[in-house]
Ligand binder design. Structure first.
Ligand SMILES: [Zn+2]
Length: 183
């Protein structure tokens, strides 16, 4: 890393001294949705003459990661790590998931937070390789559809009288029964 000796814009002193500080700040689009974020070890530069503190892109990166962790969203480096574990480029991951390549790129550069829904989607890929395989199958069929030749939906309109529409109900349990069976 090449460190350019920087001059304090305020008093002209050089060099600035690299340091770290813990920061607490509010984050959120709406006043009633604000969260308090604690960012530890934020890299800054300090002017030893006038006492001014400066922060750049590295500080923004640490703060962004703190926001992700507070919200329970994957950090940029976690998204990069997931993609690399899958052995995919951004373009390949975009093809697999139908998430835009530009979106993936913005996540990885910390320019945008994933939505909760897409973060959960990423967790599915992260936790279970079978889901990746399934997604590959879906991605390779043109409409992303899995044909079920044994029970074609012959009655596309929502209505009564089609055995196909009722069949999935057989063997299903109510949520309360399922919950009761779980220790
Ligand atoms: Zn200064």
């Amino acid at each position: 890393m090449t460190q350019k000796q920087r001059r304090c814009p305020l008093c002209g002193h050089s060099p600035l001294r690299p340091s770290f500080e813990d920061r607490t700040f509010e984050y959120g689009p709406e006043a009633d949705e604000r969260i308090t974020v604690h960012a530890h070890q934020v890299p800054i530069e300090v002017c030893d003459r006038c006492g001014e503190h400066y922060s750049g892109p590295e500080a923004a990166k640490v703060e962004h990661e703190a926001i992700c962790r507070t919200l329970g969203l994957p950090t940029p480096s976690e998204i990069v790590a997931l993609r690399q574990r899958l052995g995919m480029s951004q373009a390949e991951l975009a093809r697999l998931t139908e998430i835009g390549k530009a979106t993936i790129s913005r996540w990885e550069r910390g320019r945008m937070l994933p939505t909760r829904a897409l973060a959960r989607y990423l967790r599915l890929l992260e936790r279970n390789p079978t889901n990746v395989k399934l997604l590959k199958t879906l991605a390779s069929s043109p409409a992303g559809a899995v044909a079920d030749s044994t029970h074609p939906p012959q009655n596309p309109a929502p209505g009564v009288g089609s055995p196909w529409q009722f069949e999935p109900v057989v063997g299903m349990k109510r949520n309360s029964e399922v919950t009761a069976g779980v220790k």
